[in-house]
Write a protein that binds this ligand. Structure first.
Ligand SMILES: Cc1cc2nc3c(=O)[nH]c(=O)nc-3n(C[C@H](O)[C@H](O)[C@H](O)COP(=O)(O)O)c2cc1C
Length: 172
């Protein structure tokens, strides 16, 4: 196994990609060689010593390519330290409170239980109405969602720093 960390993500409009890049940047700055890849671009998961996996949330679900990745790689993931994150909630305040305690899709909870992630992070997302299709615009209007970029870079950096600290201790 290589001594690299993988940050894999699923995104539709890039907000989650940028969160993944930030996590990768923090891990690299902490001295951990890290690749940041879209889930469909991951070739050989078994070569990574640890994995951070995140997806944008749409109507309470992870993106289908992230679900596919989880299902296809469950055994390899269960064998390594893994951190999961969901990104989505719009608005100010604690992101988990904005989602009434939701962290991760119920449909994949059994897989998460088997993988036993070290943590499941939840990060605010970005809603850029200009990018959305007509149905999405209608849905967002219908639920009166706040609009804007609510991503909390401090919270993301703190979460990634804690991962770096754990990995450096465990791998040293
Ligand atoms: C149609 C639609 C449905 C959404 N549903 C949810 C949801 O159920 N929960 C949530 O937290 N965020 C939801 N969001 C917000 C997105 O997750 C958020 O915009 C996220 O940052 C998008 O990430 P991406 O740019 O990586 O695709 C929704 C957004 C749209 C447009």
């Amino acid at each position: 196994m290589d001594s690299r960390v993988l940050v894999a993500y699923a995104t539709k409009y890039d907000a989650t990609a940028e969160i993944a890049e930030k996590i990768g940047e923090v891990l690299r700055q902490a001295g951990l060689p890290t690749d940041v890849l879209e889930v469909d671009d991951v070739d050989d998961l078994s070569s990574y010593q640890a994995v951070v996996l995140g997806s944008a949330v749409y109507i309470g679900k992870w993106r289908k390519e992230a679900v596919r990745f989880l299902k296809a790689n469950e055994k390899t993931l269960a064998d390594r330290p893994v951190w999961l994150f969901s990104s989505g909630p719009a608005g100010e305040g604690d992101p988990v409170e904005l989602l009434d305690g939701w962290r991760f899709p119920e449909d994949q909870q059994d897989i998460a239980d088997r993988i036993q992630p070290r943590d499941i992070g939840v990060f605010h997302g970005r809603l850029d109405v200009k990018k959305l299709n007509a149905v999405e615009k209608w849905m967002i209007k219908n639920v009166k969602s706040p609009i804007g970029d609510f991503r909390d870079w401090e919270a993301i950096t703190a979460w990634a720093t804690a991962i770096a600290d754990t990995l450096k201790e465990e791998l040293s």
